[in-house]
Write a protein that binds this ligand. Structure first.
Ligand SMILES: Nc1ncnc2c1ncn2[C@@H]1O[C@H](COP(=O)(O)OP(=O)(O)OP(=O)(O)O)[C@@H](O)[C@H]1O
Ligand SMILES: [Mg+2]
Length: 470
């Protein structure tokens, strides 16, 4: 089945609501009209009966009405829809006067009349509606007269009938109008969504540059468009990073592999003495070591990116770990007559081996970039819940423009020199991933020709098991 269009659904819903509302309002208007007509009829009868009462009271002491009856007749005669009957005293209840000739007899007993006016609604055999007021009137001579005044309400009935008829004719027209209006409004409102459809059809992994224009968009859709634009922006930069990363990876692996092939081909081009083969093999082993390092660093980064596979966090003393790492690097440091100083105490919850790896990446960089005969400081400090391990070294420093990119994979300040030193440019990217895993961060401060400081900033809160990608 074809799914219904949103505009059709909207207009149908609005039309249904409109129908319920229109029916409700019509019923309300009908009821108040009925009530109003009833009130007018009752008032008319009450006024007229009041006049009749006056007339009868003024008639003197004779029980019969005599000549003065014409005054009472005149009160009713002008009204075609009224009839009056006056009855004499009990027990005969003789009809003294009848004015007007409305068909039908009210279903009431005139003996029930009392000093206060009573009302009776009734219908004649032909279906006509009547309202009858009856009352016991005390004359000044002490005799009693019963008055019965009826009002034919056919006109009111006709009015109500006409109202129902016109409502039944107007209602479908009003509903058609409401549904058409709702459909038009929905069409207009939804036309803005065309932009979304257009952009969605243009976006692909090759081209994520398209954005939804915010001009002429209603406020609610502007927020949605902003959200989608932001998502496209993040996807775009993610895809760009990924493609840059695979380019870099291919590039990084290509050079050592090309070197290896080149050396092997040159060596095999002619017979050589065994020492020369040995030297070439040693050289090749070094290149292969480099390839192995890139691959193992990449595997390590992938491992950090899947924290579900990591061991649970434990309490790690940063001082102890820094000392272990410093021991490992003591020979390299001695070679350049570099002193390693560790100060401060603090512990954090984390993965011991990961933290060791982060410290050793920073220390190996520091040793590589510190001039001979100087000192590298490792300072550990704790402030409230923030624990920091800072590795600072003197040296050439890093220019400000490189600082934001330093933690990207394969980024090196001096590409040629770094590669000659054996650097792959993955060390700081690994540090950033490790710190992300610990819900911390890594910061750098450096001045040209001055001190370079890398800080591992931990938040020493309860260990939370790592989840999601870093
Ligand atoms: N302490 C430091 N002083 C000066 N420059 C530094 C320091 N630490 C890092 N750098 C610069 O940052 C760049 C990136 O460092 P990173 O550790 O990511 O890569 P690498 O040391 O070149 O290679 P790897 O660590 O993978 O062997 C380095 O190439 C270097 O130029
Ligand atoms: Mg490094």
């Amino acid at each position: 089945m074809r799914p219904a269009r949103l505009s059709s659904r909207l207009s149908l819903s609005v039309a249904m609501m409109g129908m319920v509302l229109a029916l409700f309002l019509s019923a309300l208007a009908y009821l108040s009209l009925v009530q109003q007509l009833d009130r007018i009829a009752e008032q008319t009868l009450e006024e007229k009966l009041g006049q009749i009462r006056h007339g009868i009271a003024d008639m003197g002491i004779r029980p019969e009405l005599g000549d003065q009856a014409h005054n009472i007749r005149d009160l009713v005669r002008g009204h075609d829809n009224m009839s009056l009957t006056l009855y004499g005293p009990a027990p005969q209840f003789q009809q003294l006067l009848t004015v007007g000739n409305l068909s039908g007899n009210p279903p009431l007993d005139i003996r029930d009349a009392s000093a206060s006016m009573r009302l009776e609604r009734w219908r004649s055999a032909e279906g006509k509606s009547f309202l009858t007021a009856y009352q016991l009137i005390q004359r000044s001579d002490g005799s009693q007269i019963r008055a019965l005044l009826s009002l034919d309400r056919s006109a009111d009935q006709a009015l109500l009938g006409a109202y129902i008829e016109s409502t039944l004719i107007a209602l479908p027209l009003v509903l058609i109008l409401i549904a058409t209006g709702a459909w038009w409004i929905a069409q207009r409102g939804l036309s803005s969504l065309n932009q979304f459809r257009r952009v969605a059809s243009l976006v692909s992994t090759q081209d994520l540059s398209h954005r939804i224009s915010l001009n002429n968009l209603p406020l609610e859709l502007k927020e949605l468009a902003n959200g989608i634009n932001y998502m496209l922006h993040r996807l775009d930069s993610g895809v760009q990073q990924l493609s840059k990363f695979s380019d870099d990876l291919a590039h990084e692996l290509r050079s050592p592999i090309t070197n290896l092939i080149g050396k092997a081909q040159v060596t095999l081009s002619r017979e050589r003495p065994p020492e020369e083969y040995k030297a070439v093999l040693e050289n090749c082993t070094e290149e292969l070591g480099r390839v192995t390092r890139i691959v193992s660093d990449m595997l390590f980064l992938a491992h950090v990116s899947h924290p579900a596979e990591l061991t649970p966090f434990e309490r790690v003393s940063l001082h102890e770990e820094a000392e272990k790492v410093a021991d490992l690097f003591s020979l390299n440091a001695e070679e350049k007559d570099i002193r390693l100083r560790i100060s401060g105490q603090a512990s954090v919850c984390g993965d011991r081996l990961m933290i060791q790896r982060a410290i050793s990446n920073l220390l190996s960089n520091a040793i590589r970039h510190t001039p001979a005969h100087s000192a590298i400081e490792i300072e550990i400090s704790a402030n409230n819940n923030n624990v920091t391990l800072a590795v600072s070294n003197p040296g050439a420093g890093i220019a400000a423009e490189h600082l934001p990119k330093l933690f990207e994979r394969f980024y090196r300040v001096d590409r040629g020199r770094s590669r000659a030193d054996g650097g792959t440019g993955l060390g700081l990217a690994i540090v950033r991933s490790i710190m992300g895993l610990h819900q911390g961060k890594v910061e750098v401060d450096s001045t040209i020709g001055g001190i370079t400081i890398f800080r591992l900033c931990f938040q020493d809160t309860q260990p939370t098991p790592p989840t999601g990608k870093q």
